[in-house]
Ligand binder design. Structure first.
Ligand code: GLV
Ligand code: MN
Ligand code: MN
Length: 405
């Protein structure tokens, strides 16, 4: 039996790792993320058969199946958060997976194949700029040179992994996708569609494609009082034009979103004309062609700003995750699972990126259940009710039964 109170308690307990109130800051590849791993591992220790952390910091907790050699069913989500994020993005999926497996085993079910609860590392990419980090490493899809990327303090991914007692080579976390029977990810919806439809659960059909990049605008550092307005090459003013252009360009392409969420100005003093400005790019759409169209427009805008403002503009592409259709048969299994708990799931396209993209793009049959969340996501306001979370766990139980029992 799903224990709704136990599930709620665990979500709360996990939120205390890096959290205060409803706000959680538990960045990927940090000691806090490792603490979250240890906590989840401790919940499962009494009834699991094995647990391991791979070289990318992913946690796998194994529950034996009658056929020990059979490909495993993987179920879970990620354990990191964005800065000042909420308690549910990622964390709820891991807690729901633990609850579903605990409930199944507690009611006497035995698995035909191994089942593994996974807690992926650094899905958000908030610290180093590369999202879906842990699952990309596991499925051999890390961008080249990822281990050398550095955070704001100059610490590289390799160094961060070594500080956590790992080897520093995340590429060695790669597994054979054929060793995975299927992957299921429960996750909060992060948008308002389930709430608006008055539905607790949904099933995901596709996940958007994502482009992440970093732009460096080089102008000329000058005295803010002594440099007349006509004689400046202000890097921030040039960057501002590009930020506004991205909003305009993405708005003009159907179903496309573009965001600059991070910006830094150097040297960063009120009386200095900015000499350099570095900002992030996040462009997404359910069609590759639409992402290309927005990026092409931005490229043209950059050429114009370069010419008119005499600044240097360099773009460093960081990551490209293709549009990801999820598996049709797993989708059917999930729809049936949701119906079996008395809910009717809308079929949804995810505008957020998910670890599920990596197994899916590697040929592993993959599916996602969305759990209604109010208050948005990537904010302390995100909220999945205890009742909806428990319903999600019950539906997941049915899906695990169908795929592994
Ligand atoms: C993760 O939440 C993402 O969509 O970037
Ligand atoms: Mn997430
Ligand atoms: Mn997220």
């Amino acid at each position: 039996m799903t224990d709704a109170a136990r599930l709620e308690t665990r979500v709360r307990e996990l939120a205390l790792v890096g959290g205060s109130g409803t706000s959680v800051t538990r960045l990927g590849l940090t000691a806090l993320e490792a603490e979250a791993r240890d906590l989840v591992r401790s919940w499962c220790a009494p009834f699991s058969d094995d647990a391991r952390v791979d070289e990318a910091g992913n946690l796998f907790i194994r529950f034996a199946g009658a056929d020990a050699e059979a490909p495993a069913l993987l179920v879970g989500s990620h354990l990191d958060s964005v800065p000042e994020g909420g308690r549910f993005d990622g964390a709820l999926g891991v807690c729901v997976a633990v609850e579903a497996v605990a409930s199944l085993l507690g009611s006497g079910a035995r698995f035909a194949r191994p089942v593994e609860v996974v807690g992926w590392a650094d899905e958000e990419g908030a610290r180093f700029g590369v999202g879906l980090f842990g699952s990309s490493a596991a499925f051999g899809r890390l961008p080249a040179g990822a281990a050398d990327l550095r955070d704001r303090n100059g610490v590289s991914i390799a160094e961060a992994l070594r500080a956590l007692g790992l080897s520093g080579d995340p590429a060695t976390a790669r597994i054979d996708p054929r060793s995975v029977h299927a992957y299921l990810e429960p996750h909060i919806e992060q948008g308002p569609r389930l709430e608006r439809a008055g539905r607790a659960l949904g099933v995901v059909t596709d996940i958007v494609g994502i482009y992440h990049g970093r732009v460096r605008v080089g102008g000329r550092q000058d005295h803010a009082g002594a440099t007349v307005m006509g004689a400046r090459r202000d890097a921030l003013v040039a960057a501002s034009g590009l930020v506004a252009a991205l909003e305009r360009l993405a708005s003009a392409v159907p179903d496309t979103v573009g965001t600059v969420g991070e910006i830094a100005v150097r040297p960063g003093a009120k009386n200095v004309v900015p000499g350099e400005c570095v900002f992030s790019l996040d462009v997404r759409a359910p069609s590759e062609e639409h992402i290309e169209r927005a990026l092409r427009g931005l490229g043209e805008e950059m050429a114009r700003v370069r010419r008119e403002r005499e600044v240097a503009i360099e773009v460093e592409p960081l990551q490209r995750v293709p549009v990801t259709p999820l598996d049709a048969r797993v989708l059917e299994t999930l729809v049936a699972a949701v119906r079996s708990v008395g809910a009717e799931p809308p079929l949804l396209v995810s505008g957020a990126g998910h670890d599920a993209q990596n197994p899916s793009l590697s040929g592993v049959p993959t599916g996602m259940i969305f759990i209604r969340s109010t208050g948005g996501s990537h904010t302390p306001a995100e909220l999945a009710s205890a009742a909806d979370a428990a319903l999600g766990a019950r539906a997941l139980e049915h899906a695990i039964r169908a795929l592994a029992a």
